[in-house]
Design a protein around this ligand. Structure first.
Ligand SMILES: [Zn+2]
Ligand SMILES: [Zn+2]
Ligand SMILES: [Zn+2]
Length: 133
């Protein structure tokens, strides 16, 4: 069936000037990280809508996001930025427990993680003296 090109298209639905009784419009705040543009949401729950900046700020900081003069940052971006500025917050070196399951670990490796940004580093365990653990 051929669509008649002269047929007028239905106009986009728009908000009527007068709302039926029982409808109100509300403005709300959505939050996204200023660095990665990731929306502040909860998996499967969708993006959060906040009634006020204050409510958003509470929820953000509870979730580990940063709210500074520069704007909002997700926990990951904030961590990466502070690690770039101040250096990583390394945990002590630990022996890798993979037992060779990680193919590049053909020698015993030491690994350490940054508690802030989850970065990790490894080195051959032989590089360190016994007792450095
Ligand atoms: Zn981010
Ligand atoms: Zn780090
Ligand atoms: Zn390993």
């Amino acid at each position: 069936m051929e669509r008649n090109p002269h047929q007028p298209t239905t106009p986009e639905p728009s908000t009527p000037d007068v709302l039926p009784t029982g409808f109100t419009t509300a403005s709300c705040f959505l939050v996204a990280c200023r660095t990665c543009n990731g929306a502040f949401d909860e998996e499967s729950e969708g993006v959060y809508h906040f009634p006020s900046i204050a409510a958003a700020a509470d929820a953000l900081t509870d979730a580990g996001w940063w709210l500074t003069q520069d704007g909002v940052q997700c926990d990951m971006c904030a961590a990466k930025e502070s690690c770039a500025r101040y250096g990583h917050a390394w945990e002590p070196w630990r022996l890798c427990r993979c037992g060779g399951r990680i193919p590049v670990h053909f020698v015993q490796m030491d690994v350490r993680h940054c508690v802030s940004c989850q970065a990790h580093e490894e080195r051959p365990a032989t590089a360190c003296a016994e007792g450095d653990r």
